[in-house]
Design a protein around this ligand. Structure first.
Ligand code: ELE
Length: 212
């Protein structure tokens, strides 16, 4: 769309079929985890601001060549300021508020804001966001809901996240209004804690080959 605020988000979403959603507790895991995911073909990394280490994790991941580390779970303007300071290349939010978008726009932070209903998607579209996170995807009706929203609102493209797994990912990715999907399965807590980077790379590689 003209004057889209989603130009950068669209480019990032086009880089790989899956955006890993990362909950990282130990900053020592940041570099090897990001390197494994990038090696596996998933360069766009959403680090959720759900752990005390998250901002430092973003700063470490930002140093990984070929990667794009962003901040997820942006809820407040303060989150945005902290994420930008940490070096986040983009932001993701589960929903959207005017205050949050005022902050990301003022900071020039490329943004993937969340919506779960037609009204929320329309409000974001009116503000210029034609690429949106569809969250929580499975709980909000999954592929059927995306098909439903895509009827009257085909100009909006989604990154569904929440409940996506290797078994259902391709049914999402095959929708005309889906550009990529987010998921945590490529970096399970137990593999991260155990430093099993090769296994994470293999999960990433499989995810990077999902058809869309
Ligand atoms: O914290 C956020 O802002 C989020 O983005 C939530 C994530 O989208 C989901 O936690 C990922 O869902 P799963 O792949 O089902 O684990």
């Amino acid at each position: 769309m003209e004057n889209s605020r989603s130009t950068e988000a669209r480019k990032l979403c086009a880089l790989a079929p899956i955006i890993p959603v990362l909950v990282v507790h130990d900053v020592a895991h940041a570099r090897p985890l990001a390197e494994a995911l990038v090696r596996g073909g998933l360069p766009v990394l959403e680090v959720t601001l759900r752990t005390p280490a998250a901002l430092e994790v973003i700063s470490e991941m930002a140093k990984v060549e070929g990667g794009y580390a962003g901040a997820g779970t942006l809820v407040t303007p303060e989150d945005v300021a902290a994420a930008v300071k940490a070096g986040a290349r983009f932001g993701v939010s589960p929903g959207a508020t005017g205050a949050l978008l005022d902050a990301t726009e003022a900071a020039g932070l490329p943004m993937l804001p969340g919506a779960a209903t037609a009204s929320e998607a329309m409000a974001l579209l009116a503000r210029g966001y034609d690429v949106q996170k569809f969250f929580p995807a499975e709980a909000s009706g999954g592929v059927a809901a995306l098909k439903g929203i895509g009827g009257p609102l085909p100009q909006i493209t989604f990154c569904p996240t929440g409940g996506i797994n290797p078994g259902n990912a391709e049914s999402y990715l095959s929708q005309p209004n889906v550009i990529c999907a987010g998921g945590s399965w490529v970096a399970p807590n137990d593999l991260v804690a155990a430093g099993k980077w090769d296994e994470i790379e293999a999960l990433a590689r499989a995810a990077s080959k999902l058809a869309r």
